[in-house]
Design a protein around this ligand. Structure first.
Ligand SMILES: Cc1ncc(COP(=O)(O)O)c(C=O)c1O
Length: 385
């Protein structure tokens, strides 16, 4: 790319955030500040009244009987696996195209992550390939609702039901999304989400939550969250320090006041991107915009497109001052730590191709149409060279 063109198109990255949390804070500042001040005054910093209030708000929002607020999305997955008594030697089926934590928690507990390739349009676990991966050692299925769009739970649950297997939704990216009119986190036996700051619903540190309609599992997950204790200093099982801080719960309660409005704004931003990409690239196929399956609404935790020569496009976008990210550059079966699973290149071709082609554009509810125009102009420049 010629230097002058790059200079002419250079956008000021200080005005173009990949995710803009400062604008959101300015909007909710009175509520956040007042709620945090209340925590500082009552002094119950861990598992205070805000946590109980948050659990009730979130369970009501997702339409589940129980919500168990925890310390992170990763801990949510671990606690779910522990509550289902997944043990070393067991197999848990998941998708290879996801954030590392999904398979990491399966392996951390000593079980074997068994990967099933993803659908090329939604990047979610392909139900058509699921049944073939089930063995006598399979103990659970953990589909991921990637980029903010739910996996095909009717198909997955039907197969799980036939094989008497529990299903955990890794809903770290999909809080607020719907599938056939039902909310993410309520679509299977357990839903596990993340409140990492960059998530559609994020706190100001680490946080997460578990959702279920099952009373016994809810009790187990609450116990595992606090060192496996069923009453003070009495431990029938092992657990961890998996609690949510009251200050994080206070932040999340403030953010829930505007969450639906932000979900709608995300959908509007995604529609504008789709239109601009169509105008810029038409039927050339040079850039593939995200696909949302019928019956799904997406919260666009990421706005991820596919391009040829992704690494070149990424470098050029950086030179043009437009922040991008790659979610994710490697299919998990190719991570060094999973080499022992013995799955060479070509084992999961859809996931491998996606890892070579995907690039995420700036996405948040406060992105203006003008900024989006700049992003797509830069993308056009980066793609066509
Ligand atoms: C799909 C997926 N699973 C699990 C996690 C882990 O969540 P946390 O970062 O809150 O531990 C993430 C977070 O990025 C994620 O995207």
């Amino acid at each position: 790319m010629g230097k002058t063109v790059a200079a002419a198109l250079h956008y000021n990255s200080s005005t173009m955030d990949f995710i803009d949390l400062k604008t959101q804070y300015r909007r909710i500042k009175p509520s956040v500040d007042a709620r945090i001040a209340r925590v500082l005054e009552h002094g119950q910093y861990v598992m205070g009244p805000e946590v109980t209030e948050l659990e009730s708000v979130l369970a009501g929002y997702c339409g589940t009987k129980h919500c168990v607020a925890v310390s992170s999305g990763t801990d949510a997955l671990l606690i779910a696996l522990m509550a289902l008594d997944i043990k070393p030697g067991d197999e848990v089926i998941t998708a290879p195209f996801t954030f590392f934590a999904t398979a990491e928690m399966i392996a951390l507990i000593g079980a074997r992550p068994v990967f099933v390739d993803v659908d090329p349009r939604t990047y979610n676990l392909d139900p058509a390939k699921l049944e073939a991966a089930i063995t006598p050692r399979t103990r659970a299925i953990m589909p991921v609702s990637l980029y903010g769009q739910c996996a095909d739970f009717d198909a997955i649950n039907a197969i799980a039901c036939r094989n008497e297997l529990p299903v955990i939704e890794d809903a770290a990216q999909s809080f607020g999304a719907t599938y056939q009119g039902r909310r993410s986190n309520s679509l299977s036996l357990i839903g596990a989400t993340s409140f990492f700051p960059s998530k559609p619903l994020g706190c100001y540190g680490d946080g997460g939550a578990l959702f279920t309609n099952d009373d016994r599992l809810a009790t187990l997950m609450r116990e595992i969250r606090v060192h496996g204790q069923d009453r003070r200093y009495h431990h029938p099982r092992l657990g961890l320090t998996g609690r949510l801080d009251s200050i994080q719960a206070a932040v999340l309660l403030a953010k829930m006041e505007i969450f639906e409005d932000e979900v709608a704004a995300r959908a509007r931003v995604a529609d504008v991107y789709a239109r601009l990409i169509e105008q810029a690239f038409g039927a050339s196929g040079a850039v593939r915009a995200p696909y949302v399956a019928p019956g799904n609404t997406c919260v666009f935790a990421q706005y991820t497109v596919e391009v040829e020569h992704r690494d070149v496009v990424e470098t050029r976008m950086k030179a043009l001052g437009v922040p991008t990210a790659v979610h994710y550059p490697m299919s998990l079966h190719q991570q060094p730590v999973f080499e022992h699973l013995g799955q060479p290149e070509g084992s999961f071709p859809v996931s491998e191709a996606a890892a070579r082609r995907v690039i995420s554009l700036p996405m948040h509810p406060y992105l203006t149409e003008e900024q989006q125009g700049e992003v797509v102009a830069a993308l056009k420049q980066a793609v066509t060279g």
